[in-house]
Design a protein around this ligand. Structure first.
Ligand SMILES: Cc1cc2nc3c(=O)[nH]c(=O)nc-3n(C[C@H](O)[C@H](O)[C@H](O)COP(=O)(O)OP(=O)(O)OC[C@H]3O[C@@H](n4cnc5c(N)ncnc54)[C@H](O)[C@@H]3O)c2cc1C
Length: 299
């Protein structure tokens, strides 16, 4: 890694070595990574990607780490953290463009300040814009798919390209980016609708209140642990199997919302993974439904 550190120094890119991934993921679990780089320009991101690809160094991109669980063994490679790529601008009266590391919540507030409607559903999703596009994040009947107009990204050959929303193959918690995992979203534009400030604010507050009422936000988690299986709700299936409140060491099926596995008390990643597998096994045995994780587990 010495050469890589020299490269980052020449690039004037901030980085940390031997970093606890628990500190960069909302589950607050997982081992260390060898290097975490914090590029603050698109060209630094492009240069880092080129370097790791040419030198065959394992890498992973993270935004806010709110849908990720790294194993206790950690990640023996480079984590590219997008947090420093953070800007928002209006490109025309109802289009907002922002960098991949911009917090989704900040984007929602920006839309509100400009009386633009369409992103109310996303208020409260604790991810970055890049992570939300990758995941086609959604809630309360809305999803990124409905509002994204285009994005700029680096393709698998290191070339910066533009893709239109309709070409992103977005469906429930999926996009073209999540199906290939070799592209990096740099920025995204959202087409919104001029509306009344007060009605947008009311909707945002209402949805935030629903989150606070229903979700165990007081504990570390990665949101819904499982995808919604067609025709069912993961939380209801888990609850019907008697697993609401069930613990494995420090990991627990939330007793507030069974769709959330929480880090109740210093759980390790293996405790959480164990509990995830246990829920999958029990639900399959009793209900015949195989739950698929929404949380991405990196081992
Ligand atoms: C309390 C809580 C509530 C939640 N509620 C919701 C909800 O209502 N709806 C919902 O959909 N999700 C929800 N989530 C899950 C999560 O917030 C979303 O999936 C979010 O979009 C992830 O964004 P992130 O920046 O944290 O991505 P990360 O967790 O950092 O990464 C997720 C994936 O995206 C990839 N990625 C991130 N940035 C980029 C980029 N720039 N280019 C390419 N790939 C990238 C990563 O490699 C990884 O594979 C919730 C999570 C929590 C903790």
């Amino acid at each position: 890694m010495k050469d890589f550190f020299d490269f980052l120094n020449i690039l004037q890119c901030e980085y940390l070595s031997d970093v606890s991934l628990a500190e960069y993921t909302t589950f607050r679990a997982g081992g260390n990574c060898a290097v975490m780089a914090f590029p603050d320009t698109e060209s630094k991101i492009a240069d880092i990607l080129k370097y790791v690809l040419e030198n065959d160094i394992r890498y992973y991109i993270i935004g806010k780490g709110s849908n990720l669980l790294f194993s206790d063994e950690g990640f023996d490679g480079v984590i590219i953290n997008t947090v420093k790529l953070d800007y928002i601008e209006l490109t025309d009266e109802n289009t907002v463009n922002c960098a991949c590391g911009t917090p989704l919540i900040k984007l929602c507030r920006f839309a509100l300040e400009n009386s633009l409607s369409g992103l109310e559903f996303a208020y409260g999703i604790p991810g970055s814009v890049g992570g939300a596009v990758y995941m086609n994040a959604g809630a309360y009947g809305g999803e990124i798919k409905d509002v994204i107009s285009e994005c700029r990204y680096i393709d698998s050959n290191g070339i910066i390209r533009v893709m239109r929303g309709e070409d992103m193959k977005m469906s429930y918690r999926k996009s073209i980016f999540s199906s290939s995992d070799d592209m990096l979203i740099l920025s995204a534009s959202f087409k919104l609708i001029k509306s009344e400030y007060d009605s947008i604010k009311e909707k945002m507050n209402e949805l935030m209140a629903r989150r606070k009422e229903k979700q165990p936000l007081e504990y570390p988690s990665a949101g819904s642990t499982f995808k919604r299986p067609e025709g069912y709700y993961a939380g209801a299936l888990i609850e019907e199997c008697g697993l609401k409140g069930y613990c494995h060491k420090g990991a627990m099926v939330s007793d507030k919302h069974a769709g959330f596995i929480i880090n109740k008390d210093n759980a390790s990643a293996s405790d959480i993974i164990h509990l995830i597998k246990y829920c999958q096994q029990k639900v399959y045995e009793k209900k015949g439904v195989m739950l698929e994780t929404e949380v991405k587990i990196i081992e």
